[in-house]
Design a binder for this molecule. Sequence first.
Ligand code: 5GP
Ligand code: MN
Ligand code: MN
Length: 320
Amino acid sequence: ATAVDIRGAVELLAAAASVTVLCHVQPDADTLGSGLALGLALERRGVPVQVAFGSPNDVPGSMRELPGLHLVTAAADVRETVDLLVTVDCGTAGRLGRLAPRLHGAARTLVIDHHRSNTRFGTHNLIEPDAEATAAVLVDLFDVWGVEIDADLAHCLFAGLVTDTGSFRWGRARSHLLAERLLATGIDGARITRQLLDTHPFGWLPMLSAVLATATLVPDAAGGHGLVHATVLRADSAHLRSEEIESVIDIVRTTAEAEVAAVFKEVGAEVWTVSLRSKDEIDVSLVASRLGGGGHRNAAGYTAHGDRARIVAELRDALG
Ligand code: 5GP
Ligand code: MN
Ligand code: MN
């Protein structure tokens, strides 16, 4: 595994005869927006390109207005062999899901990411832990590559920037400067944001009602900083999109008494995906790593097995 800088990544991309761009499972707007922006840039250069992700589901409904969706290829149709395979926003090979084996069919693999915990699983790795989104890494890459960021690319990149900064809640000055630059292409930032984050079907409200009834505050957990957790059962959420389920953590984490928030999402019999969020004191990526997952300092996740009491106890132990 070789670390590459932006210039090294551009050299790989510019020399590639064919490219597969892989996003992470249960794609969010950063992985898909980044994947599509890169796909469009390659397509314009006449390079055959596929964009794909390994989960069985379709493109999430909130992302159906992203430009470049014609490049999205069903996982089963992704080429077995390719000149260059690029992953975007994936901290580990496991995040590729069923497409992880494709890593072996590529002559070169370029990992583009912003997770500090990235395992550098590519032959070449462009990891910028200080970037607020993978989309921001791509802007740097396009600038060095000489790719013009037009409205279509800006739309894809803005989608990643607005979601990974919590609608600019935790972005820094450069996030706002980047947003200004993308908005200057004429894209409708308010519309894109609403489409991505504020377009839940009515059924979301009864689901929230059931989930929030499970909310529990544990003031003495997380080293005395407080933990709040809630549980999303399949019975309450089966008829809803992933967007509705993923939005729950953004409500739970606003609890003032808790430094750490957790949402346990039932995905199978005694199988849960867990979202963790923290404010200032606690690095939840370390907690998630201990439990087999990963992420960022203030947003991380992992998969847990067992009954509800067991997974709660396991998290409390890991929080110390
Ligand atoms: P979310 O709670 O939104 O699913 O995930 C929050 C963050 O944790 C994201 O940056 C995501 O990349 C990371 N993450 C979530 N689940 C996993 C996991 O199972 N493994 C790893 N390595 N990272 C995860
Ligand atoms: Mn992501
Ligand atoms: Mn990201």
